[in-house]
Design a binder for this molecule. Sequence first.
Ligand SMILES: NC(=O)c1ccc[n+]([C@@H]2O[C@H](COP(=O)([O-])OP(=O)(O)OC[C@H]3O[C@@H](n4cnc5c(N)ncnc54)[C@H](OP(=O)(O)O)[C@@H]3O)[C@@H](O)[C@H]2O)c1
Length: 321
Amino acid sequence: MSDRKYITLKPSGDKIPLVGFGTARISPAETAQVIYDAIKVGNRLIDGALCYGNEAEVGKGVKRAIAEGIVKREELFIVGKLWNNFHGKEHVKPIFQKTLDNYGLDYIDLYLVHFPLAIEYVEPSQPFGFLNSNGELKLAKAPLQETWRELESLVDSGVIRNIGISNFNVQSILDLLTYARIRPSVLEIEHHPYLQQSRLIHWVRSQGIQVIAYASFGNAVFEQVPQGTQHLENLMKNPIIVSIAEKHHRNSGQILLAWAVQHEVIVIPKTVNIDRMKSNLAIDHIQLDEDDLEKISQLDANARFNDFFENTYGFNLPLFN
Ligand SMILES: NC(=O)c1ccc[n+]([C@@H]2O[C@H](COP(=O)([O-])OP(=O)(O)OC[C@H]3O[C@@H](n4cnc5c(N)ncnc54)[C@H](OP(=O)(O)O)[C@@H]3O)[C@@H](O)[C@H]2O)c1
């Protein structure tokens, strides 16, 4: 188990672990066991989302770990995300309640607006995603200011401890900060050596907002990568990452996670494999030196893999521009 390190979030003062666990693309059938194992090996931060389709099973894994005395609820940091179809002010509270019920909890630690993108409402019992049943992206007239008011009211009532944002660029954040009574605690973004975004991270941090990285292993995890990024070799096998891993007697995954953590960026790697769970947690004592950091900084390619192109999500939207 790792010597867990924490960051203190603003404005709540809550502590969040620097290393956590992601839950995307874990099949519902295996999720409860995976989450139970993840907690058992030492994970305390669990990053979930309604759109991953496995919230209820995440909740089962959490419940079992608590019931067996492995962890107390207050030692866990549970994250949920508001999906794009439910930004309308009348939909925020009901859909949040569904997440809370799925998890079987009476509060969650952090609730993120998953994307700065409001799309047409669908009944939560129906399939939802970016595209509707006709394969179209239908935007909704749901201003984020109204969505945020609802989230603030959920914080006031004690069912959400922290609110935050994901996949927002600086323009969206600047606007949000003009009206936020409760400022966002966290920005969750794609982040790895091929997409370092140091200016964004520096500015976001200056605003008292903590960054969480997703896809820390870069293109190693994407089946389809956007046009313009195909030339980049698998980040896990990149000779620079491999040589730094050899130098520190660690694996590439650990170096990629340690690199983010050394920049005070929280990581949430997902794995269904217990050995990888342990390996991903055991990074606290890795100290990359100046030479390592300089070499990794040279890998920046401004290459975003989780982007909306016809060959990735089936539609074209330059959301991050
Ligand atoms: N906010 C957002 O929009 C957003 C978007 C994407 C993801 N996320 C969150 O971020 C989390 C992490 O992102 P991600 O799941 O896309 O990618 P990731 O955690 O960077 O990578 C996951 C993949 O890497 C493999 N893996 C894990 N540890 C490994 C290791 N030590 N060595 C080699 N391979 C390893 C896993 O395979 P095995 O399972 O087979 O080990 C899995 O296929 C997600 O689970 C989700 O919670 C958020």
